[in-house]
Design a protein around this ligand. Structure first.
Ligand code: TYD
Ligand code: MG
Length: 463
């Protein structure tokens, strides 16, 4: 008789299951991500409403009736405000009742702090919240809470990692919102592998989905992101939850960005900006002002660009340093933006404008440590490079945006009007933009528009 299989190999990134070990995951194409784990006996999957789905008997199936659109009622006040306008916008207007939200981010970035502050605001609004921590003791939570401020609402805490007990507590307490901090510390008794393993993380999320959909409790899950190591990255959770938010920022900078990567109840490209202070996180209402603080005046290689993040324009400073190469191979780095894009733009300058950049080292940096990849930054990167190369500063009241094509043409970008408005708001006087966009923004007063159709024209304005 064949021996029953007791272990299988799972991909840490996407959860793919294989009977034998493979160097590369066939599903997500990542290398070296398969780990051996005990296999679970097959359980029935769970359906959208948290009810068991799968093979049903004929009698059961006879009772199922599809609904017409007119029979579906949308409940009033489906969303719970988080008290932070920045976060509400990313969520699409607040936390949806009965939804599963994953908040991912590096350890120590401030996920627990953010969620504790959200809990405080939500309970101030008269809602009931249960915060379950598998990482910290009640004392540690209290210490953090003391830094943040005073708490008055119906907020209770539980230190527990056994999800089967947690489920019973949630069923008994019936909070409006439950926080699970973090998914990597949680375990289910009926799953043999260790907490944090692929199997545990997947089954734990399954159970939390049943809780969310079945009881109508909004569940916020914290997930640590680690590329290597035993902890299963929350990437494979992204398929299971309704909303995925990433909390990011540089360790040495005080601002934090919350970014929506997936949202079944709203758009995904919105960001919210926060600043980590010693009394918790504070919203940054005007990120452009924040990003341009302390900008050098009349320095060559520094230009101000405008990037759209969802519906919001953000001004930021792009710095370039171009210097002669000491060794044969020129060095290029791009901090905060796409390295390959910078290389491409330098090739365009070399070929179309005859600048000898192949002998030059080039360093591009988005000041403040923000990460932006919009093609609308192209023209600003080009002008920053040339400004540094020629050692000619771009006037400090000038803002630049536009996409650059391979033949050196400057192409239209979306939402030009919003970008220019933001620039006017911050006191900029001149805007270099794609010629085709000028028509659309002509009616804005207080700023001189310079439309350019190719890179050479734009460089002409540098002198
Ligand atoms: P934390 O929320 O514990 O991070 P995570 O849950 O993502 O691991 O935040 C930890 C960091 O934030 C820690 O370095 C201390 C800092 N912090 C502040 O700067 N100000 C504060 O008010 C709080 C509560 C934390
Ligand atoms: Mg934490």
């Amino acid at each position: 008789m064949a021996k029953a299989r007791t272990t299988a190999f799972f991909c840490k990134e996407c959860g793919f299951e294989s009977a034998k070990w493979l160097g590369q995951c066939p599903a997500c194409k990542e290398w070296n991500t398969l780990v051996e784990e005990p296999v679970e006996p097959k359980t029935r999957g769970i359906g959208f409403q948290g009810k068991a789905s799968g093979p049903a008997s004929r009698a059961e199936a006879a009772k199922i009736r599809p609904a017409r659109l007119s029979e579906i009622s949308l409940e009033e006040e489906d969303r719970i405000g988080t008290g932070f306008a920045e976060l509400d916008r990313v969520l699409g207007g607040g936390i949806v009742r009965g939804s599963l939200v994953l908040v991912g981010g590096d350890p120590g970035i401030g996920k627990s702090t953010l969620l504790l502050q959200v809990c405080r605001e939500v309970t101030e609004g008269g809602k009931k919240v249960l915060y379950i921590s598998g990482e910290e003791s009640l004392k540690q939570i209290k210490m953090r809470a003391n830094r943040i401020g005073t708490f008055h609402g119906d907020l209770s805490f539980l230190c527990e990692t056994n999800l089967d007990s947690i489920r019973m507590v949630i069923e008994r307490e019936m909070p409006d919102v439950a926080v699970i901090d973090s998914i990597q510390t949680m375990f289910r008794e009926d799953v043999a592998s260790a907490p944090g393993s692929v199997g545990q993380v997947r089954e734990s999320t399954n159970l939390l989905m049943q809780v969310a959909k079945g009881l109508g409790v909004a569940v916020l899950i914290v997930g640590h992101v680690t590329k290597e190591g035993v902890v299963a990255g929350p990437r494979m959770l992204e398929h299971m939850v309704d909303t995925v938010l990433y909390f990011e920022g540089e360790k040495y900078a005080s601002y934090r960005i919350i970014r929506g990567v997936k949202n079944r109840f709203g758009s995904t490209n919105e960001i919210g900006v926060f600043e980590m202070q010693d009394i918790g996180l504070k919203e940054v209402e005007n990120p452009s002002e924040f990003m341009l603080e302390g900008r050098p005046k009349d320095a060559s290689g520094a230009v101000v660009a405008c990037s759209m993040e969802g519906t919001r324009p953000i001004l930021l400073e792009i710095q370039a340093l171009v210097a002669e190469t000491n060794f044969g191979m020129p060095r290029r780095t791009a901090a905060g933006t796409d390295y390959n894009r910078v290389n491409l733009l330098m090739a365009v300058l070399e070929k179309r404008c005859r600048y000898e950049l192949s002998r030059m080292d080039a360093y591009i940096n988005i000041a403040g440590g923000m990460r932006m990849n919009e093609p609308a930054l192209d023209l600003a990167i080009v002008l920053a490079l040339i400004s540094s190369y020629k050692d000619k500063p771009v006037p400090e009241d000038t803002i630049i945006f536009g996409e650059v094509g391979l033949s050196g043409e400057v192409r239209a970008v979306s939402m030009a009007e919003q970008r220019v408005r933001e620039a006017v708001k911050l006191g900029f006087q001149v805007c270099i933009l794609p010629l085709v966009c000028v028509e659309k923004v002509k009616k804005i007063e207080g700023i001189r528009l310079i439309g350019v159709s190719n890179v050479r024209e734009a460089i002409g304005y540098l002198t």
